[in-house]
Ligand binder design. Structure first.
Ligand SMILES: Cc1cc2nc3c(=O)[nH]c(=O)nc-3n(C[C@H](O)[C@H](O)[C@H](O)COP(=O)(O)OP(=O)(O)OC[C@H]3O[C@@H](n4cnc5c(N)ncnc54)[C@H](O)[C@@H]3O)c2cc1C
Ligand code: FES
Length: 370
């Protein structure tokens, strides 16, 4: 699903006014309110974001390219596995997308650069344009690094499961594992042998670090992640901390298989690159969702939807951005009832509480303050 923030035009008097009204209506920080005014004297200013320059564009293959970026001084650094918001202006409108940092922490410390490795989504609104428009010297804006998909402080052996462009956080992690005290196995799945990104670099890491094993799995020959792969490539998987990043279907399948094999859920960590699939089998979702302030309601449909979809289908236009539980723009106050956050798997309590509409589904009757 699109991970979009569509903001109004900038740069002309009506766009400026629209931006100001929008900022006052939709944002909360002091800098956001005054962004359009500050832009009068400093046009490149974007509230809460750090300017960055494209130092180089590297084409990894026909579908993936890497941006090597030099963020300005405000950038506070990152932990391997975290992601950043990349903001660009296209035809006077601002868009943002989230990308894991694919380079190591040491590269940032030594050269002041970070890399984002971006798969061009065939029907995407932004990634085809990014590949075409961003050349050396281009200016973009970045959010601060965020995200919990980072290695736990532990001396346990690790199993990393990567699929397709889901290799990006692992590339960053592996760059800093020289002194890791236990075994690390990366199983990297791609649809054929030519589709593995950073192949040479990953194999060089394995050669440099005796405790690291890299297995490049060609799914056209070996199939998807399976118990057999575990038995062959990582038989002590149950004793490891397991990290998974890749397409939603891969993450869902891997978690399910690992659960069936008795791996403790607490040992499994994962990052979705898109919205988490709704998996609501056996969850009682019948009920009425009431949008109290607007006087509308929605009977929870059989084809389960998120609160955001339900509100939009009821004719409301709540604020939203990424639609995948990342940007927190869709937060609204739940007055009563229980909702399930499909990203975290957590149920809310029954009382008043903020909920992320784009990843939450109602469980029974729910009242929202919109
Ligand atoms: C935490 C996080 C980290 C991410 N890190 C990376 C990264 O390192 N590299 C990277 O390439 N992407 C990454 N993504 C995905 C990225 O943020 C965007 O989803 C994607 O680049 C959107 O491209 P677009 O704007 O061109 O497509 P959109 O216009 O947003 O979507 C167009 C179509 O493409 C489909 N689509 C969009 N994104 C994906 C996807 N990831 N997989 C399958 N189908 C998709 C949509 O369903 C839609 O049909 C990450 C996402 C998150 C949440
Ligand atoms: S729209 Fe981004 S978290 Fe919900």
């Amino acid at each position: 699903m699109a991970n979009v923030q569509n903001l109004p035009d900038n740069g002309n008097p009506s766009g400026l006014w629209a931006s100001f009204v929008y900022a006052v209506a939709r944002t909360t920080t002091f800098a956001d309110y005054f962004e359009p005014l500050i832009q009068l004297v400093k046009p490149s200013f974007v509230a809460g974001k750090i300017p960055a320059r494209v130092v180089q564009v590297r084409h990894e293959n026909d579908h993936v390219f890497s941006l090597i970026l030099k963020p300005g001084r405000g950038f506070k650094g990152f932990t391997a596995g975290q992601y950043v918001e990349l903001c660009v202006e296209r035809d006077g409108r601002r868009f943002s997308r989230y990308f894991s940092i694919s380079s190591g922490v040491q590269q940032f410390r030594q050269q002041g650069t970070i890399e984002l490795s971006i798969r061009v989504q065939e029907k995407g609104h932004i990634t085809p344009w990014l590949r075409m428009a961003l050349t050396t010297g281009a200016k973009v804006h970045l959010g601060h690094a965020q995200g919990e998909f980072v290695l736990k402080a532990s001396d346990k052996p690790l199993l990393m499961l990567a699929g397709g462009s889901g290799i990006t956080p692992f590339r960053s992690m592996l760059a800093g594992l020289q002194d890791y005290p236990a075994a690390v196995t990366l199983l990297y799945y791609a649809q054929d042998a030519s589709a593995h990104l950073f192949k040479r670099e990953l194999l060089a890491r394995q050669a440099d670090m005796p405790h690291v094993r890299v297995v490049l799995v060609d799914t056209s020959l070996e199939g998807f992640f399976s118990q057999q792969h575990l038995d062959v490539y990582c038989p002590d998987y149950a004793a490891r901390d397991i990290y998974i990043c890749g397409p939603s279907a891969m993450i869902t399948h891997s978690r399910q298989l690992l659960a069936e094999l008795g791996v403790a859920q607490g040992n499994i960590h994962f990052e979705f690159f898109g919205p988490a699939p709704l998996q609501l089998d056996g969850i009682a979702t019948a009920g009425v969702t009431e949008f109290r302030r607007s006087g509308k309601q929605s009977i929870n449909p059989e084809q389960q939807q998120t609160l955001l979809d339900m509100a939009e289908n009821a004719g409301l236009k709540p604020a939203s951005g990424c639609r995948m539980g990342v940007c927190y723009q869709c937060i609204c106050k739940k007055e009563s009832g229980v909702v399930l956050n499909t990203k975290t798997g957590q149920y809310s309590d029954t009382g008043a509480q903020d909920v992320q509409m784009c990843v939450s589904v109602p469980v029974g009757d729910v009242v929202l303050d919109i």
